[in-house]
Design a protein. Structure first.
Length: 437
């Protein structure tokens, strides 16, 4: 019960601090409360991750891999992929080499932990800007989305493992926000724009190489199919290739590292024999050969989906990211999907925005948005359905047969609710368009 005491204690302290600040900065605080509360929530989950660990330290195995990879750049960069657990591009190790690996590992772990919290706040700010650009006008409606992505065990796990996914997350939402803003304001996308966006995107996939599909989707988003090889578009491809070469110059110096990197996708499979899909993780333990085959199959399917999304020029970039995320949630076996779920489901949430009827209030708002709210609440449920100890503490009989199957099926049920809600909203929207025509 100590953990619950900590939770309630942190909530009480948070409310007290907000109340105290309101006395001095009332208008500023109240105007931005819908942003402040999600930011504080991320901080509470970060503290819970720290207090819930046996040694109360952010020096996790994941971070030690990051730190050691940075040191390896100085020791022997040719053997970068001999660092146990390193499966990313060289650019990610170089980033740590010039930043956190310069510090003693304990101090570096705490520093990166704090940086992750700051990046979490920046993610909230950028995500809020995306919602504004998608015409979610009322703060209360935006708060509904922001409070979801700032809570739950997906947030906890980023800090529990001291992972780098918030770095990836903030880069992706920053890129999408810039894309939406430039399109809405009809600004010209010059060389500086592409250097920043493509440079950041290439760096981002260094920590999540399987997101290269999103980069491809983004690259070809505003290019008509008959203009793929137009000179000005070829220049964009050259920028991406040059960014990749510059950031990963070790591949040029040590070409064999390319094969080490590709082989790295099998490292997680050799360490674990569980299927990495979040909705099957309690059900299936399979051989590494089967997982390797599924990884190849997953690559083929994601390639096909990427091609389809490229073909659909009328779909907006944020929606394409959302559709890709749905497919990845169901079939992505490259890495443990649980650590990516915060990003994936945040993109999926954006799919509900166009269907939101914002003109109603109170109970009428609920009635007119019942399918959207059911889908959004299913994602909220998913964010809180990922940890055993909380559910078992409150509902202990779920550990017993046959109720344990209800617990195991929670992912599948919530995912089905999410998908069915989106399908219903899409069909209703198509019917409304047909009736107007």
């Amino acid at each position: 019960m100590l953990l619950y005491g900590i939770i309630f204690g942190l909530i009480f302290i948070t409310i007290f601090i907000i109340g105290l600040l309101c006395l001095f900065y009332k208008n500023l605080i109240l105007d931005n409360l819908y942003l402040i509360i999600p930011a504080i929530c991320i901080g509470i989950w970060a503290l819970l991750a720290l207090f819930n660990e046996e040694y109360h330290t952010p020096l996790t195995w994941d971070f030690q891999v990051f730190h050691e990879s940075g040191l390896q750049i100085y020791k022997n960069p040719a053997h970068l992929y001999e660092v146990d657990g390193y499966v990313y591009t060289p650019s990610f190790a170089i980033f740590f080499a010039i930043t956190f690996s310069l510090l003693p590992v304990d101090i570096a772990a705490y520093s990166f932990f704090i940086l992750s919290y700051i990046l979490g706040i920046l993610t909230i700010i950028e995500y809020n800007k995306i919602l504004i650009l998608m015409d979610v006008k009322q703060k209360l409606h935006r708060f509904m989305f922001l409070i979801i992505i700032s809570n739950g065990f997906f947030v906890l796990y980023q800090f529990k493992f001291n992972q780098a996914k918030y770095l990836l997350f903030v880069i992706l939402v920053f890129i999408i926000r810039r894309e939406l803003q430039f399109n809405k304001e009809e600004k010209e996308k010059d060389l500086k724009y592409y250097l920043i966006n493509y440079g950041l995107f290439v760096f981002a996939i260094g920590s999540a190489p399987y997101f290269i599909f999103l980069l491809i989707i983004y690259m070809f988003q505003n290019i008509p199919r008959n203009e793929f090889f137009k000179q000005e578009n070829v220049k964009k491809y050259v920028i991406v290739v040059m960014m990749f070469i510059i950031q990963n110059f070790l591949f040029i110096i040590y070409p064999l590292q390319i094969f080490d990197f590709l082989d790295g996708f099998n490292h997680p499979q050799r360490r674990h024999r569980k299927l990495k899909l979040i909705y099957l993780k309690e059900f299936m333990g399979v051989s590494s050969d089967v997982i390797a085959f599924l990884s190849i199959l997953c690559t083929i399917i994601l390639s096909i989906i990427t091609g389809i999304l490229l073909y659909k020029a009328n779909i907006k970039i944020e929606e394409k990211f959302g559709y890709f995320s749905i497919v990845y949630i169901f079939i992505g076996v490259f890495a443990y999907t649980l650590l990516l779920s915060l990003i994936l489901f945040s993109f999926i949430l954006l799919l509900f925005v166009p269907y939101l009827n914002q003109n109603r209030k109170g109970i009428e708002f609920v009635k007119s948005n019942k399918y959207s709210l059911i889908g959004i609440l299913s994602i909220l449920g998913i964010f809180f359905a990922s940890s055993d100890f909380i559910i078992y503490d409150f509902i202990p009989f779920l550990q017993d047969y046959p109720f344990i199957f209800l617990y195991y099926a929670r992912w599948i049920f919530l995912l089905c609710v999410m998908i069915i809600s989106l399908i219903i909203l899409y069909l209703k929207n198509q019917d409304n368009r047909s009736s107007l025509n």
